[in-house]
Ligand binder design. Sequence first.
Ligand SMILES: C[S@@+](CC[C@H](N)C(=O)[O-])C[C@H]1O[C@@H](n2cnc3c(N)ncnc32)[C@H](O)[C@@H]1O
Length: 418
Amino acid sequence: MAAEGLAARAAAVGLLGAVLGEGRLMTQAVADPQGPLSGLPPGDRARAQRLTLAVLRHLEPADKVLEPHLRKAPPRMVRDALRLAVVEIAMGGAAHGAVNAAVEIVRRGKRTGHLAGLVNAVLRKVPEQPFEGLPPQRMPRWLRQPLVHAYGREVVAAMEAVQAGAPPLDLTVRDRAEAPEGVVLPTGSLRLEEKGQVSALAGYAAGGWWVQDAAATLAVRLLDPKPGERVLDLCAAPGGKTLQLAAAGAQVTALDLSEARMARLRENLARCALEAEVVVADALDWTPAKQFDAVLLDAPCSATGTIRRHPDLPFVKDGSEVAGLVALQAQLLDRALGMVRPGGRVVFCTCSLLPEEGEGQLASALARHPGLSVERVAMPGVEEAWWTDAGGLRLRPDHWAEAGGMDGFFMARLKGVL
Ligand SMILES: C[S@@+](CC[C@H](N)C(=O)[O-])C[C@H]1O[C@@H](n2cnc3c(N)ncnc32)[C@H](O)[C@@H]1O
């Protein structure tokens, strides 16, 4: 096996340690200059991340395969190297390469060298198709229970089946002539199966498109911005929806608390040659000089709708932050409602699967503000069954499952005055 493959696999084991051992999010571990990817060339960095994500999507079945062959739990790093090899074999990788790499990583480990023989012996017993007959990985209990209650067991199992696969890459396209090859989805997003490096895709530098999950695009469609309208994007960074609003010709103010995330928004605007007024502020304190025609509130949330793209999330979060987020979302929604002119509209959305961050927020807002009403908007490609009785749009990972699914989202459009 090439030394290059070993470096990427060793880095993947390091990333698994950061997520599973230290409880760090992948994005943090990947960005850490002293982290497991430091010093690696771009190709190895990308491969290490792909491998890590694959292991996180199949950790439970991998452990089931390994369990009968381990008399006692090995040190974490050894376990992660074993898991990586099992997942590589399950994905159809050459078994000898995966096994040799795991043995070598463990042999080189500071305190694990003596376990290299064990790793070799265990992995030789792994069948060619290790996951055959095993169910997909389940979501953690704190999340699974309320989801089963809300959607039923069958739907949750369908979500988990989608989350077990590597997701496609969706682009929002402004200029078809500048876009790579892909499949146009019913809602208009362009879906790519083969990803590679995003910045190497056709048309990246020309700014004719940006990466945005198909579900996420629908919040702006629901707001339906018109050219020249004054629109506020209240939690805007890194800016996928700001770009959509600006591309629709709206006069956009993009506000977010995070300076670092707003730097990415500015880069995105510059690459796509689009304009917006950028404000770094706390939406709970900030007051606009003049009310807006429309406000989009993409509120901070548990992000449980994004597990198919961020499989590290279930291992890092434990649900303890949800109550605080629900309270913050309600406060932000009330601020948003106060920033829109009479007769204007507000779209509230979260990339969460939890009803308390979606359907529950809509019900509470309507109860707090009797003058509000919910508006539905005709949107091509949006299926009737996705609308809730209360007029919100519930999007789930198992929608379009055969095509790779979509992010989980809830969104609703409100009209009225406070
Ligand atoms: C779901 S993300 C927004 C994603 C963005 N709309 C997009 O499409 O790219 C939520 C954002 O809310 C921001 N945020 C959290 N609390 C905030 C507050 N009190 N005021 C303003 N922004 C806040 C976070 O910094 C984060 O960027």
